[in-house]
Write a protein that binds this ligand. Structure first.
Ligand SMILES: Nc1ncnc2c1ncn2[C@@H]1O[C@H](COP(=O)(O)OP(=O)(O)O)[C@@H](O)[C@H]1O
Ligand SMILES: [Mg+2]
Length: 341
């Protein structure tokens, strides 16, 4: 049994390779973007590729390639159940509704007229989101009916760039002042006012649909729980000052006391329904009730290195450091062994 690992320094592949080396697991490095990828992996039974939403080539190809490989009978990470809705909040709306996952009520329209009719009847504020994006960059509060109408008109006329240069620069300025990013990163944000990043051009303008969520008020943080192979770990992310958005704020808490059993149990329950190999679930609270706002199979690994422990499905807590990237490798090996039983 051999694992093909798509080699992308900085991604999960660094950790997967380390884990395979230290546990004597046979692996080879592969390039999933090579036109001969399918024949190049003849000698692999498992393929792992941490593709991301900000990488032009991966946006174009990763899902198709992985799904094709999965169809050939090999085990892949991330597999179809884990991956089809990645960076697609609109897809996730239908998924949460189909699986009865307690989530923030969401609305999507493919005709301006339908959206405008809905605006007349609904209440405000609402949260307007593009279907893709991370770190809160494409998430905005729409406070009034007239603001919402403007959003609808823009969504069906010029559309929205995937990369919002002004709001990105504002966030860089905030992070720079908090000492979380350097001067060069700030300057890059300024350059981006003129030069749209390649990935954003490739995705193209977001138009022809508009997506809103009910605004769940009075949340000073969100809770992200990541479930991998029946184990869960969590972070609490405080919202930005005078803002409702937590992800990307840079203000993260890790101690166990920040998390309640109810939310961890809700994460296990959602992960079970989703049948995903790796599911990061973002929760906010409607009163006491945890509601999901989005999911993602991938995450920024450094942000979770400070987690202080994890839970199993029976809600036992294991204090201390752990290796979720090793869990991923062990999980796909287990899945492979199931297929040859
Ligand atoms: N419906 C909502 N009500 C209240 N807060 C929300 C809602 N949706 C998102 N948020 C806040 O905005 C942040 C970003 O939203 P999210 O949908 O997770 O987008 P991203 O993919 O950018 O992380 C969340 O971390 C949460 O704090
Ligand atoms: Mg999020």
């Amino acid at each position: 049994m051999r694992i093909g690992i798509h080699n992308k320094p900085g991604s999960f592949s660094d950790r997967w390779i380390d884990y395979c080396k230290s546990n004597n697991i046979d692996y080879k490095l592969i390039d999933c973007l090579d036109t001969n990828i399918i024949s190049n992996i003849d000698d692999c039974q498992i393929i792992m590729w941490h593709h991301s939403q900000g990488n032009t080539k991966e946006i174009l190809a990763a899902k198709s390639i992985l799904f094709a490989i999965q169809k050939s009978g090999k085990i892949v990470f991330p597999d179809f159940n884990t991956n089809w809705h990645f960076d697609d909040k609109v897809g996730q709306k239908y998924l949460f509704e189909s699986l009865n996952i307690q989530s923030a009520p969401s609305y999507v329209f493919y005709e301006a007229e339908h959206a405008l009719n809905w605006i007349e009847k609904t209440s405000f504020p609402k949260v307007f989101k593009l279907r893709g994006g991370a770190g809160s960059e494409n998430v905005k509060l729409v406070k009034t009916k007239s603001e919402a109408k403007k959003v609808v008109h823009k969504s069906f006329k010029t559309g929205y760039k995937q990369y919002d240069a002004w709001s990105n620069l504002k966030d860089r300025w905030r992070l720079f002042n908090l000492g979380k990013i350097g001067f060069w990163s700030l300057i890059k944000g300024v350059i981006r006012l003129v030069y749209e990043p390649e990935f954003s051009k490739v995705i193209g303008r977001q138009r022809g649909y508009v997506y809103f969520q009910d605004f769940i008020p009075e949340n000073e943080f969100d809770i992200r729980i990541i479930v991998i192979d029946k184990k869960a770990f969590a972070v609490k992310r405080m919202v930005r000052e005078n803002d409702f958005r937590a992800s990307g704020s840079g203000s993260v808490l890790y101690e166990k006391e920040n998390f309640d059993d109810k939310t961890v149990a809700a994460a296990f329950d959602a992960a079970k329904k989703l049948k995903g190999q790796s599911v990061a679930i973002d929760f906010v609270y409607d009163g006491q009730k945890p509601v999901v706002v989005e999911i993602s199979y991938a995450f920024v690994k450094e942000a979770y290195d400070l987690c202080v422990g994890y839970w199993d499905e029976q809600m036992n807590w294991y204090e201390g450091s752990f290796n979720p990237y090793g869990w991923m490798v062990d999980m796909v090996i287990k899945q492979y062994k199931e297929t040859i039983k």
